[in-house]
Design a protein around this ligand. Structure first.
Ligand code: PLP
Length: 387
């Protein structure tokens, strides 16, 4: 009770990979030297490998939103007709960005907790053949839902439009076959499944999207895809890079490659499954209608403000978990699974949750949720003993 370790358990920033943190100390390096160029080239190459694409992958010194902004300002022109899928706070960010740049956005909005279905996108594409782009979140972190990216990609692929996917919490938590499915722009961020602090934004650009860059007329300066591509090819970034984060990224990517991207995804999927099973045992209702594996959003028990649970984690266990955002604040809490999370974290989180719920009047039999997590752990173990 007297020692409470600080634990960052939110869906971004996520827990940090210690060797990546140590690598940050080697940032007393000048960015226009061969030494740094080697580190940068290697990080970009590993990033491309982790993205699993033949497309160009670029890196910016910005939070994830910087790359979302760049995808609009570099690939579109004022008045372009686009479709924006909006299923939560991050979908609303696409709406805000496209509107800020004067695009003509057809917003396909759903209630929080729900998803935009492929048939709605199909109908919107049919209704407006001049559509230039379709924007979506792979994983909508604010509600915990996952979109059917593969099916929607199949619909966009045969049109004139490009498919722009905010996969900031999708990468590393769900399969995303960028080249096979035809995802034209895929946005990522360092503080999610990449296990390092905030400050780097990534995006992949398909050949179809590069053609858009040739005709787009929106103004942009700092976030220039073409300039960044040219700089990256020369082992540099266009402006002074966030050197400490690049060093961290290099180290984290080595770990992700060694683990294997498919295993990183399976890790998040298993933790999400275990969390859902625990919630069922504890009589808690999920918020997402189509839950993904980056984060599990759970409704607070009737009559309980979810702030009580968030505060309980902080005060009792020094742990930061996520409340709901916007109007979901007080209604839901979110348990994250992306990046550097493991089963030992999950045992602790669910055990803590049981204690907090009980202390606040929700009937809980201690250990029921934890046992559900343990069962998922056991059944996921390779059955070596009997082989
Ligand atoms: C974290 C996140 C972002 C990016 O937010 P930043 O604060 O700019 O890093 C965008 N979309 C989703 C789905 C996210 O989870």
């Amino acid at each position: 009770m007297h020692i409470r370790k600080q634990r960052l358990l939110t869906p971004g920033p996520t827990p940090l990979y210690p060797p990546a943190l140590h690598a940050m100390m080697a940032s007393d390096i000048h960015h226009r030297t061969e030494e740094f160029r080697n580190a940068y080239r290697s990080a970009l190459a590993d990033l491309k490998e982790v993205y699993g694409t033949a497309n160009d992958v670029l890196c910016f010194a910005a939070s994830g939103t910087g790359a979302m902004d760049a995808s609009v300002s570099n690939l579109f022109s004022r008045g372009d007709k686009v479709i924006v899928c909006s299923a939560g706070k991050f979908g609303e960010r696409w709406v805000d960005i496209t509107k800020a740049y004067g695009l003509d956005a057809n917003v396909l909005k759903v209630e929080y907790g729900d998803v935009v279905t492929p048939d709605r996108v199909e109908a919107a594409l049919k209704a407006e053949p001049a559509t230039k782009g379709v924007f979506i979140q792979a994983s909508e972190t604010s509600t915990g839902v996952e979109h059917d990216i593969q099916t929607i990609a199949g619909l966009v692929k045969n049109t004139e439009a490009i498919f722009v996917v905010d996969a900031i919490t999708g990468i590393g938590t769900m399969p995303l076959d960028i080249d096979g499915w035809g995802l034209d722009v895929v946005v990522g961020g360092s503080q999610k499944a990449f296990m390092i602090p905030p400050g780097l934004a990534f995006l992949s650009v398909s050949p179809k999207a590069w053609k858009f860059a040739d005709t787009a007329t929106l103004p942009h300066y700092y976030f220039s895809l073409k300039k960044e591509k040219k700089s990256g090819d020369a082992g540099e970034s266009s402006w002074t890079p966030a050197t400490s984060l690049v060093m961290a990224l290099g180290e984290a990517l080595k770990y992700i490659k060694k683990t294997g991207v498919a295993n990183l995804i399976e890790n998040a999927q298993l933790l999400a499954l275990a969390t859902r099973e625990a919630c069922e045992e504890l009589g808690l209702e999920l918020f997402a209608k189509r839950p993904g594996s980056s984060v599990t959003a759970v409704k607070a028990p009737a009559g309980m403000d979810s702030k009580v649970i968030v505060k309980g984690f902080k005060e009792r266990f020094g742990a930061i978990i996520a409340n709901g955002q916007g109007s979901m604040q007080g209604q839901i809490f979110r348990m994250a699974h992306l990046g550097y999370f493991d089963f030992a974290d999950m045992f602790g989180i669910v055990a803590g949750l049981e204690l907090i719920l009980r202390a606040n009047g929700h009937r809980v039999e201690l250990g029921k949720g934890v046992a559900a997590v343990q069962r998922v752990y056991e059944s996921a173990q390779p059955k070596k003993a009997n082989a």
